[in-house]
Design a protein around this ligand. Structure first.
Ligand SMILES: CC(C)(COP(=O)(O)OP(=O)(O)OC[C@H]1O[C@@H](n2cnc3c(N)ncnc32)[C@H](O)[C@@H]1OP(=O)(O)O)[C@@H](O)C(=O)NCCC(=O)NCCS
Length: 257
């Protein structure tokens, strides 16, 4: 019975026919870039020229960040243990969390919540930052282990400005960066997660898709790390930081009394 069927609005498949959001896969293969197809599958509609440029920049921005992020290290570690590429990449994905990649979702949620207020971005940022500092919480999307200015943020905001996506969420993120520097006396730059969070919010995406953007962007990088580990390194090599000192219990014996 029809009413017993569960419904999906993503892809319709019949014998010899595949339609994604209503568009024929062959036509998509001919006319769309990968990032356009990602936009279509997530948003349900084809991107405008501006949305297409913005989406391409977002997906390229996080493709890789070297061997140090937890996801790249996990991918290489799992591979090094003698596991196949799919397990290694899955291991890398599992290392993506609230402070690595996952900050997009939490930051977009905060920006979307706070940007609803009618006040100026600077006063909203002031209230928000003091609330976080009072609660001793970190603001996701700000701060970086290496970059004082994240080059990806600069480019994403530049493209957002040229594509008319520089709206209230980017404005609020920039005001938060200024306010964090004023309150803490040091610069905590908007990192790539924060920049993507602000841009996707100005593009009208739901914050709950935040982690998805990072996953879609970073998986090619993780595949490259797994493949390089497989083809260039010996199994179970020394990986990660070996500068570790044992400070547990001293040598002791199990006694029966
Ligand atoms: C990314 C991150 C882990 C880098 O940290 P780091 O440069 O190694 O800095 P530390 O963890 O040593 O923190 C240094 C100081 O800045 C503060 N700080 C760092 N990021 C902060 C943030 N986002 N909000 C508020 N305070 C922050 C810390 O509390 C710490 O303060 P203290 O010196 O008074 O203890 C950190 O900035 C963070 O947790 N950011 C939020 C999560 C995030 O956006 N992740 C995505 C990264 S691309």
């Amino acid at each position: 019975m029809a009413e017993d069927k569960w419904k999906t609005a993503i892809t319709d498949i019949k014998k010899g026919e595949i339609r994604v959001r209503g568009y024929d896969i062959q036509e998509m293969m001919e006319k769309l870039s990968f990032s356009d197809a990602v936009f279509l599958i997530l948003k349900g509609e084809l991107p405008t020229k501006e949305e297409s440029e913005m989406m391409r920049a977002i997906l390229v921005s996080s493709i890789d960040h070297g061997v140090t992020p937890p996801s790249a290290l996990s991918t290489r570690t799992v591979l090094s243990g003698g596991n196949p590429l799919n397990c290694a990449v899955a291991g890398g994905i599992l290392a993506i969390g609230d402070v690595h990649g996952g900050a997009i979702e939490r930051c977009a949620r905060i920006l979307q919540d706070w940007a609803k207020r009618p006040d100026e971005a600077s006063s909203v940022a002031k209230e928000m930052v003091s609330d976080f500092i009072y609660k001793r919480k970190r603001i996701p999307g700000f701060g970086h282990r290496l970059h004082e200015t994240d080059p990806r943020t600069v480019k994403l905001f530049e493209i957002a400005k040229d594509s008319n996506f520089s709206g209230k969420h980017i404005k609020l993120a920039q005001a938060i960066e200024v306010e964090l520097a004023n309150s803490l006396g040091k610069k905590l730059p908007i990192n790539v997660d924060g920049a993507i969070a602000a841009v996707i919010s100005d593009m009208g995406f739901d914050w709950r898709l935040g982690k998805g953007f990072f996953l879609i962007s970073r998986v090619p990088g993780l595949v490259a790390h797994a493949y390089e580990e497989l083809t260039r390194e010996k199994p179970m090599r020394k990986l990660g930081d070996w500068n570790c000192e044992y400070d547990g219990p001293k040598e002791r014996k199990i006694t029966n009394d």
